[in-house]
Design a protein around this ligand. Structure first.
Ligand code: CO
Length: 183
């Protein structure tokens, strides 16, 4: 498993650099390890043997101390069909986003933030993200809605040194935003 750096570590607050293309074998390997960390972290058998590992749906390179623009996400998008969204992206960027906002009703969490911060991080309800696929090196365009959009925005924020609680209204972290959708 990868060692996850925790809130307070400088790499979490530093803006990350663009990854040089074509992707180096080393960067591909980093992305592969990031994704497999997430996959393992959701495996009940693995967790039984490793009770200190926290489950996660997304990871950004600064969270393992590497300030390069790379993210991995892994989550089930259809519980009935058991289909998963599984992505390794270099240089991801949001190229379009909805005016409509949403937030995670249970509150966001982060593998780098051990204690839970109560509040609402409002995110775009829909985003289109472009990035370089960690396997093929090809440019990908991903349209995400709701939970997937939240995860991608959370991970891309890490590349700019932003943690989810930075998105809270400082005076009133639970402030309601009219029209925002609870996910
Ligand atoms: Co995070």
């Amino acid at each position: 498993m990868l060692k996850i750096v925790l809130d307070g570590a400088p790499s979490l607050r530093r803006p990350s650099k663009e990854v040089e293309l074509p992707l180096s074998d080393k960067d591909k390997e980093t992305l592969r390890k990031m994704l497999s960390h997430l996959v393992d972290s959701q495996d009940p058998d693995f967790l039984e043997k490793h009770p200190n590992v926290r489950s996660g749906v997304g990871l950004a390179a600064p969270q393992i101390g590497i300030n390069k623009r790379m993210i991995a996400v892994y989550f089930e998008d259809d519980p009935e069909k058991h289909t998963f969204v599984s992505l390794k992206l270099a240089n991801p960027r949001i190229v379009s986003s909805s005016f409509k906002k949403c937030y995670l009703a249970s509150g966001e969490g982060c593998l780098s933030v051990p204690e839970k911060h109560e509040g609402r991080a409002y995110r775009h309800y829909k985003v289109t993200v472009e990035g370089i696929d960690g396997d093929t090196g090809e440019k990908l365009s991903i349209r995400a809605v709701g939970f997937g959009a939240i995860v991608l925005q959370h991970e891309i924020d890490h590349l700019d040194g932003i943690l989810y609680y930075d998105r809270f209204d400082k005076a009133n972290p639970l402030r309601e935003l009219p029209g925002a959708i609870a996910i």
